[in-house]
Design a protein around this ligand. Structure first.
Ligand code: NAP
Length: 258
């Protein structure tokens, strides 16, 4: 299997790092020179990595082509590239729909949208794919787990989840900043939050991810968990979060309905 990646940015780099650590039977990985820092780093990791300046060279030498470009660049680049009928195209772009991709990558018929996350480098990416494809599903399963969307609407809703990463990190950062501001050593703040986050995941799993059960069991009546939750509910923290998730969905829907 010869894989090609157009655009060696954050997400492509994470996916390749994960695949290199996995048992995937890959003969060759053809990648873009851009970004230079990432392509140089990847090249040092494996002899299977070949770096090209021209995107057409990557396409000509690969059976599966992953597109890791920003939307506007992708539309411009894919328009001038020439694809073959039997090639599989996997797009990481949230706002380019299958119909447009089919036109841009004609005559390639198998077009998949996939949303791997940066945690792919540690084989911990939940990856959404649409439509289903056995080969592509099995590849992403090697670097985490795969959720197959049943239709475009479901695909958009699942992609909303990927918008939460920076907010999640910001919430944890707020906790960390609170500790630092109150003279807790950086090392101790990291130590506390690290095991706190991992432990919480185990706590959820104890209840089979029934989060209502967790929310209930994590609050002592009259305790500080109950108080903080009530204060945030009163401030409409969760309501605002929900409204904004809907706005992200509408942005994805609008772009994909075009
Ligand atoms: N990051 C995520 O968590 C994530 C998750 C799912 C999907 N996505 C989607 O995946 C796509 C890529 O995201 P990203 O975060 O990896 O972005 P990124 O880090 O900005 O990567 C884009 C890459 O494209 C390169 N590039 C620009 N023009 C090019 C050209 N003409 N030919 C070849 N390469 C070119 C850039 O190189 P230069 O630096 O040299 O310009 C850069 O390395 C986006 O559409 C994004 O929405 C991202």
């Amino acid at each position: 299997m010869k894989l090609g990646f157009i655009g060696t940015g954050t997400i492509t780099t994470s996916v390749i790092e994960g695949l290199l650590k996995s048992k995937a039977k890959i003969e060759q990985i053809n990648i873009s020179k851009r970004s230079k820092k990432n392509s140089l780093k990847l090249k040092k990791k494996s002899k299977k990595i070949k770096v090209y300046s021209e995107n057409q060279d990557i396409i000509d030498k690969s059976s599966i082509i992953f597109v890791g470009l920003l939307p506007k660049v992708a539309t411009k680049e894919l328009k001038i590239c020439k694809f073959k009928k039997g090639q599989i195209i996997v797009s990481f772009i949230s706002t380019l729909n299958i119909k447009n991709l089919k036109t841009l990558c004609n005559p390639a018929k198998v077009i998949i949208k996939a949303a791997p996350l940066p945690m792919a480098s540690d084989s911990l990416s939940p990856t959404i794919i649409f439509p289903n494809n056995k080969l592509i599903k099995s590849l992403f399963e090697l670097i985490g787990s795969v959720v197959v969307a049943k239709n475009e609407k479901q695909n958009n809703h699942l992609w909303v989840m990927s918008s939460f990463m920076a907010t999640y990190a910001s919430i944890i950062n707020l906790l960390k900043k609170y500790l630092l501001k109150n003279k807790i050593k950086n090392e101790d703040a990291n130590k506390y939050l690290n095991i706190f986050l991992t432990g919480m995941l185990f706590e959820f799993n104890h209840h089979n991810f029934n989060l209502n059960k967790s929310i209930k069991s994590l609050q002592t009546r009259g305790g500080i968990n109950e108080e903080l939750l009530k204060r945030l509910q009163k401030d409409k923290f969760f309501k605002k979060m929900e409204l904004n998730l809907n706005k992200i969905f509408l942005r994805l829907k609008k772009a994909n309905d075009k």
